[in-house]
Design a protein around this ligand. Structure first.
Ligand code: NAP
Length: 304
């Protein structure tokens, strides 16, 4: 039987509406909700992400501040930019857009962000609180995974949850959030794969959350019958024809498409529930960031 495909776009739309009414309510009280991004230089991926954030801000009535020091700005200069954003009443939340140039330490910037403006939970203090189960802001992507599971009424207690990927911003906090809800969590990573143990773990998962950034890493052989599969990965791959040759676009360049880490078409026939890519976790992630921003505005005005 084919899996239930979770309509993450519809969930995101629902959350967006709720947040927009919240934002309107705050505006009536004279409280503005705002996001500032800090991009140093012009990294392509970071610029793309910034564009997305700016678009959501416009659509949702959130003030947007674009801090964009040049790539040769010193670390001290960028720290000063963040300090100014900390003091700016129009900025409820600050998002550092990485990668930074090599001469700038991630920690120098992240550790400067005011704790109540750290809406993607980068600061070690907020990450420490998250680990202890005292969440101020859950990082957006892990929060999106939890939102999906909550809406599907997952019973975390005793559930076997396997996370593939252990990055500080995605895999690790997802595992911690699930562990704090008393799931039995296993966190797997590249060394699990290298030791040829990935399948041993993933086939035991009631819920399999994949955040590795490797297209088609998860095939049906790695999934338990009826499992809930949440695909966080976002990968650009070439479109291939039936002979495995790249399909070219009108400019003669290979066509590309976005896929997750899971072989969706094949795994959907074995899983019980599955999230698609595109139109999956990413859509909800954006709204989690917005939810954290609204929360930050409330916290800063003593409303939470
Ligand atoms: P990352 O920092 O590159 O981390 C990837 C993780 O996967 C690492 O822990 C890595 O292990 C592990 N890994 C890599 N290859 C593996 C393999 N063959 N088997 C098992 N584990 C493997 O990436 P990230 O920032 O966590 O993001 C992960 C993916 O999610 C990317 O595709 C990214 O684009 C996507 N993403 C999506 C959203 C969303 O909202 N949907 C948000 C953020 C990121 P090692 O560190 O040991 O190499």
């Amino acid at each position: 039987m084919s899996a239930k495909v979770i309509d993450c776009v519809a969930i995101a739309e629902e959350i967006k509406k709720e947040l927009m009414s919240d934002i309107e309510g705050l505006k009536k009280k004279g409280i503005s909700v705002g996001i500032a991004t800090v991009l140093v230089g012009d990294d392509f991926g970071a610029r793309m992400y910034r564009g997305q954030i700016e678009k959501f801000c416009q659509e949702m009535g959130v003030e947007y501040t674009n801090a964009n020091p040049s790539s040769d700005a010193s670390e001290a200069d960028v720290v000063k930019v963040v300090e100014e954003l900390n003091e700016n009443d129009k900025v409820s939340g600050i998002i550092p857009l990485r990668p930074f140039p090599e001469h700038i330490s991630d920690y120098a910037i992240i550790n400067t962000i005011e704790l109540n403006k750290d809406i993607d939970c980068f600061h070690p203090y907020n990450m420490g609180k998250l680990t202890l189960g005292e969440i101020t802001f859950a990082p957006a992507t892990p929060a999106a995974c939890i939102e999906i599971m909550d809406r599907e009424k997952v019973n975390f207690e005793g559930a076997e949850i396997v996370v593939v990927g252990h990055s500080n911003i995605v895999g690790k906090p997802i595992s911690i959030l699930c562990l704090n809800r008393n799931a039995t969590t296993s966190t797997t990573h590249i060394f699990t794969s290298m030791a040829k143990n990935l399948e041993k773990h993933t086939t035991g998962a009631d819920i399999l959350i994949v955040a590795a950034g490797k297209a088609n890493l998860i095939t049906p052989a790695q999934v338990k019958e009826g499992a809930f599969v949440i695909d966080v990965g976002i990968n650009r791959v070439k479109v291939l024809d039936e002979n495995g040759e790249p399909v070219l676009n009108e400019k003669g360049k290979p066509k590309t498409k976005t896929v997750g880490d899971v072989d969706f078409d094949a795994v959907k026939e074995k899983a019980g529930k599955i999230t698609p890519v595109p139109g999956g976790v990413g859509a909800i992630t954006n709204m989690m960031l917005m939810r954290n921003t609204v929360k930050a505005a409330k916290v800063q005005h003593g409303l939470e």
